[in-house]
Design a protein around this ligand. Structure first.
Ligand SMILES: Cc1ncc(COP(=O)(O)O)c(C=O)c1O
Length: 244
């Protein structure tokens, strides 16, 4: 990508990170559909779907390992596809609460929920959390609702039920989270909940395409149960689905 490309110069573009398991991209259609949603939300042109598929096939041709596939589409019309080792993933065991004024409800702010190439507020939140001694941030809306992490979705178990923030709050519509909702035996409650509700939880779960689902052990000063049966069950089911 040229340094004059709008993607580099202004972070003007959208992207996807897709888990590749034994050479096969997991839920590729969902990721490509979300890329289109992000591009439309940002008012950017969509690439030709057939052409993009051909490029993905070429990148994955001969792949047999676990990997991370990344797709970037910029305002200059540039497409960059990379296939590389899966990053070991930043820890999420200890999260620090961080306000996220840039995440607004769907319909109130154009790029709400989009995976744009302007992730600086997210990454700055991670750094701020790390300066406070945590591994990463738990983003909370101006209104006090629990949202997501800078690069992961959040769910929690309270009173034996699984909770997830609704996508309408303007969070990224996580493909991994969608898989967990399908894998969960019980109905998942998707309603806005304040931070106190999560702090009362037995288990807090973080998930993303590469991480899978992992247990959060502490948010601020609040520690959660050492046993994480729901997280363990979902992690095993997700792993099975990804390798099926
Ligand atoms: C802000 C944000 N929320 C949630 C997620 C998780 O989404 P997915 O499960 O599709 O990887 C990501 C992934 O990068 C993200 O950046």
């Amino acid at each position: 990508m040229a340094v004059t490309d709008e993607g580099f110069a202004r972070g003007d573009g959208a992207f996807e990170t897709i888990g590749v398991w034994q050479g096969r991209a997991f839920r590729l259609d969902d990721h490509l559909a979300r890329l289109v949603v992000s591009l439309r939300a940002a008012g950017l042109e969509e690439p030709d779907a057939g052409q993009l598929r051909t490029e993905i096939d070429r990148v994955l041709d001969g792949a047999s390992e676990d990997a991370a596939l990344r797709i970037y589409v910029t305002a200059s019309g540039t497409r960059v596809l990379t296939l590389g080792p899966q990053p070991s993933g930043r820890g999420v065991a200890h999260l620090a609460v961080h306000p996220a004024p840039w995440i607004r409800p769907l319909g109130t702010y154009g790029p709400a929920g989009a995976k744009t190439m302007s992730y600086l507020p997210n990454m700055a939140a991670t750094r701020a959390a790390q300066r406070r001694g945590a591994d990463d941030a738990l983003l909370v809306a101006l209104e006090g609702w629990v949202l997501e992490g800078p690069t992961f979705a959040i769910l929690w178990v309270a009173d034996g039920r699984l909770y997830a923030p609704p996508v309408s709050l303007g969070i990224v519509d996580s493909v991994t989270r969608r898989t967990l909702l399908e894998l969960s035996d019980d109905e998942v409650i998707q309603e806005p909940r304040p931070l106190d509700h999560l702090l009362d939880a037995q288990e807090v779960l973080a998930c993303s395409a590469i991480r899978g689902v992992v247990a959060v052990r502490r948010v601020g000063d609040q520690a959660f149960d050492a046993a994480t049966p729901v997280c363990d069950r979902l992690a095993a089911a997700l792993q099975q689905r990804r390798r099926a």
